[in-house]
Design a protein around this ligand. Structure first.
Ligand SMILES: [Zn+2]
Length: 853
């Protein structure tokens, strides 16, 4: 499927005629390229483009295009020439027309109220839906864009506007020519937009663009972008490469954000913020996403993966870098704890038999799209972090700088990065890191303590971890080099950290004199991407000293033990005992680390208990968390830390959502009306849970009030809270209403899949939602964009029952989703894993509850 090395594009001169109010747009492309001797046809990527005319010339003059051949299976067109081209420079001119798309890719229509916008989203392989091109990441070229559009429209592209021509009702913007770029990084956004005043990072002007009226929400993003750029320039030791930086909030946008060089696009919720009514979690997420996209300006845009099989080179690094940058800017935010929360889904997915290696062969565009998942992002970032921890930050940075300088404005492969790191570290790097990239899954480290001759040792065994307890021993038997960091709690003096490269089935690590070692924790700071289980005496010691572990380790321990429960190598009771230790927990993320598994129990096992036992479980949960919430109260004290505010929100979500605590639910209901009237009257960290909990018992009047609140919302976050809570109502009539809305403009295309996800998570709505998806597929499928299809499929195991598993398999066999093939296999595996665990957890939970009395 790949294009040959030659022809090679050098410069695209692209004049576009776009009126977002019209269904079609037009383009005139003049492309300079280098060809080899005797070229008889030029093959370019093009999908859904109508070629109106084409001409070719080479050094000897005009060459006629004999015919234009469509190659739909290759997603290309061939301009077949009536004589061969001479070697060297040639030029191709094409006039074409195309529909403004409605599926959030290529050049597509985005609406905001009555206003219409044209916006691009070209990654992975959708530049071919925008203009004829060599749509592969290593075919870099310069781009000179022009746009003619109705005069009321503003426009943003990769280069700054260097000239504006007005002619009658039209305006033509000339954008500065770009440095060499891959096609997937080209951007154009046109429509009635407004921009903030520029802020400056050194000499780089930074602006935020949005639909009219929202400019006042740009301040936080500007500050964040400036703070990030400074830190990134310092880290890479290279100035920002693209002259100006525009951040654009697009009213309908598939992904979170997109790192187009110099013109980064975002969902509104991830860019526009009112600092008075945004929750801390939302603000952290905005900062993280901005830093992630800006890290790409160097790592991805300036140096680009040679092919999609190395997508992780872009995404793993940018994901890791974002946390590093924001952590440096806002140390009080504990960003690495957020990282720990975000990588939990990567552990869950990578424990499945249908996972994939970080590095994965890609043969066609849909396979590239499938790789934008938690393995490429969060697991990849974890491996980068482990590597940095192993080499040391200074050495790691020196290697990264070499790599960036050596490949700037060009492309690279994994081996290029290992080479640069090896030069900096003066030791082999590839043998340690390659198994982590090339093999699926991750190790289970089983740790026990041995004392011998007055010395204490940690004996660390390793095998591959599988969530399915029935996976054969032979599949588990695997070793790889693990950079292991062990925290040793000493009887005298401070904790010690011991490092070792554990590359055998069993590795013995010396900890110190026996009488000085109280316990050891085998994944200090959760630096390595492993699950760690400690044998009973160690686990007991860790439990007793739980509060003495670092917050990341408390999260880690909860995660490891739950994974052990899933895989049938740890006891549910031991995990519940750890949960009981959270009564006095001060870090919201640590509570968050228990939340997912508790929610799973509440959803899948608690309904199988007797009413009396279910009530006892809820009382047990409330008994742990209600006192802490009562102590905090509903109103933040003056001068209270941001962390405590976030903690209050997390406690409310657990108490109301999982323990169904009457006081919490009633408190939420009492506050929803006043919050709708005056959002600033409720602490922002409580707003999400209050809106969600009030929906659970909400009636038609409340449903209608949420719709009004969505339309009136003054910030994107406020709008989303109400929009997604439409999926939390339990009255069947309101469930149907929410489903019908998913087919209307009330729910933008970008939000259809996330809303269906919320409905599937709602036990009162999930079966109706599946019936709706199956029954209305013809109407619904155009609103499920290729990049989000896998998210819908991944939400389906919430249906639980074997009957639904069969239906899901049969339905997607009949209606295949090319970008969700792997997600479907994973979803079916998840149905099976959950079914097995439900059976096993039920008696354990019963016994635990019985023993409580
Ligand atoms: Zn990215």
């Amino acid at each position: 499927m790949r294009l040959p090395k030659l022809p090679r594009p050098e410069r695209y001169d692209l004049h576009l005629h776009v009126d977002p109010a019209k269904p079609r747009f037009f383009g005139e492309l003049a492309l300079d390229l280098e060809v080899e001797a005797d070229t008889r046809a030029l093959e370019l990527h093009a999908v859904d483009l109508e070629i109106e005319s084409s001409e070719v010339s080479d050094a000897t003059g005009e060459v006629k295009v004999a015919r234009v051949r469509q190659n739909p299976e290759r997603e290309t067109v061939s301009f077949v020439l009536d004589r061969p081209l001479a070697a060297g420079r040639a030029s191709l001119r094409v006039r074409y027309a195309a529909a403004l798309r409605t599926d959030l890719r290529g050049l597509y229509l985005a609406r905001s109220g009555k206003r219409r916008y044209a916006a691009t989203q070209l990654e992975a392989a959708d530049a071919r839906r925008f203009f004829p091109c060599f749509d592969e990441p290593d075919k870099k070229a310069r781009f000179a864009l022009r746009l003619t559009t109705p005069a009321k429209n503003k426009a943003v592209a990769n280069g700054a506007i260097v000239r504006t021509e007005r002619r009658k009702a039209k305006v033509t913007y000339h954008f500065a020519e770009t440095p060499p770029l891959s096609t997937y990084l080209i951007a154009l956004i046109a429509g009635e937009l407004e921009a903030s005043k520029p802020a400056h990072a050194g000499s780089t002007p930074v602006r935020v663009w949005c639909v009219p009226g929202k400019k006042k929400l740009a301040g936080f993003a500007l500050e964040c972008a400036v703070q990030s750029l400074r830190r990134l320039e310092a880290y890479f030791g290279l100035p920002y490469p693209y002259g100006k930086l525009d951040l654009i909030a697009v009213p309908d946008f598939e992904f979170g954000a997109m790192e187009n060089a110099g013109a980064v696009t975002f969902r509104e919720t991830l860019l526009l913020v009112d600092e008075k009514t945004v929750s801390l979690a939302e603000k952290k997420r905005v900062a993280e996403v901005i830093a992630h996209e800006l890290a790409h300006m160097w790592y991805g845009d300036l140096v680009t993966m040679a092919w999609w099989d190395d997508l992780w080179l872009n995404e793993s690094f940018a994901t890791w870098m974002a946390f590093k940058v924001v952590d440096d800017w806002k140390p009080a935010w504990n960003m690495w704890l957020e990282f720990e929360s975000q990588r939990a889904p990567a552990f869950a997915l990578d424990a499945m038999e249908n996972t994939h290696p970080i590095y994965v062969a890609v043969n066609k565009p849909s396979e590239a799209t499938e790789n934008f998942d938690v393995i490429t992002y969060e697991k990849g970032a974890s491996v980068v972090r482990m590597l940095e921890s192993w080499l040391g930050p200074a050495v790691f940075r020196a290697g990264v700088r070499r790599y960036i300088r050596r490949h700037r404005e060009a492309n690279a492969r994994a081996a290029d990065l290992w080479g640069a790191l090896e030069e900096a570290a003066r030791k082999p790097v590839a043998p340690v890191v390659a198994p982590w990239l090339e093999r699926p899954g991750f190790p289970l480290v089983s740790a026990r303590r041995v004392d011998r001759g007055g010395r204490a040792f940690l004996v660390a065994g390793q095998e591959r971890f599988f969530a399915n307890p029935k996976v054969a021993e032979t599949a588990r038997a695997e070793t790889r080099p693990i950079p292991l960091t062990v925290r040793v709690r000493r009887a005298r003096g401070k904790d010690a950290v011991v490092r070792a490269l554990a590359d055998q089935a069993t590795t013995e690590i010396e900890l110190g004199p026996s009488d000085d070692v109280r316990w050891a924790y085998s994944n200090a700071d959760e630096a390595s991407f492993v699950r760690a289980l400690h044998e009973a005496p160690l686990l007991r010691a860790l439990g007793v000293d739980f509060a003495r572990l670092r917050a990341a380790e408390r999260m880690g321990l909860l995660g490891h033990q739950w994974a052990g429960v899933r895989a049938s190598c740890a006891r549910l009771g031991d995990w519940l005992d750890l949960v009981a230790r959270l009564a006095r927990e001060s870090e919201p993320q640590v509570l968050g680390a228990a939340h997912g598994a508790l929610a799973w129990l509440v959803d899948q096992v608690v309904p199988k208990l007797s009413d009396a036992q279910a009530a006892r479980f809820r009382a047990w949960l409330a008994g742990i968390f209600a006192p802490a919430f009562a102590e905090l109260g509903w109103k933040p004290a003056a001068g209270e830390s941001e962390d405590r505010r976030q903690l209050r929100g997390t406690l409310l979500a657990i108490l109301g959502g999982l323990a169904e605590d009457e006081a919490a639910l009633a408190g939420a209901e009492a506050r929803i009306g006043p919050y709708q009237k005056k959002p600033s009257g409720l602490d922002a960290n409580l707003a999400g849970p209050v809106v969600e909990l009030a929906a659970r018992r909400g009636d038609a009047a409340r449903f209608a009030s949420y719709l009004r609140a969505m339309k009136r919302a003054r910030t994107p976050q406020e709008r989303s809270r109400f929009e997604f809570a439409l999926g939390a109502f339990r009255d069947p009539v309101l469930v149907e209403r929410a489903l019908e809305l998913a087919l209307t403009d009330t729910i933008p295309t970008q939000d259809v899949v996330p809303l269906l996800g919320r409905l599937l998570a709602n036990p009162a709505a999930r079966e109706a939602t599946w019936e709706f998806v199956r029954g209305r597929w013809k109407d619904l499928s155009p609103r499920i964009s290729p990049g989000l299809a896998s998210r819908l499929v991944s939400a389906l195991p919430a249906l639980q029952k074997p009957l639904y598993r069969q239906q899901v398999a049969a339905f997607f066999a009949a209606h295949p989703l090319p970008t969700a093939q792997r997600a479907l296999l994973q979803a079916l595996e998840r149905f099976d894993l959950d079914a097995e665990l439900r059976e096993r957890a039920l008696p354990e939970l019963r016994a635990y509850l019985h023993a409580l009395v």
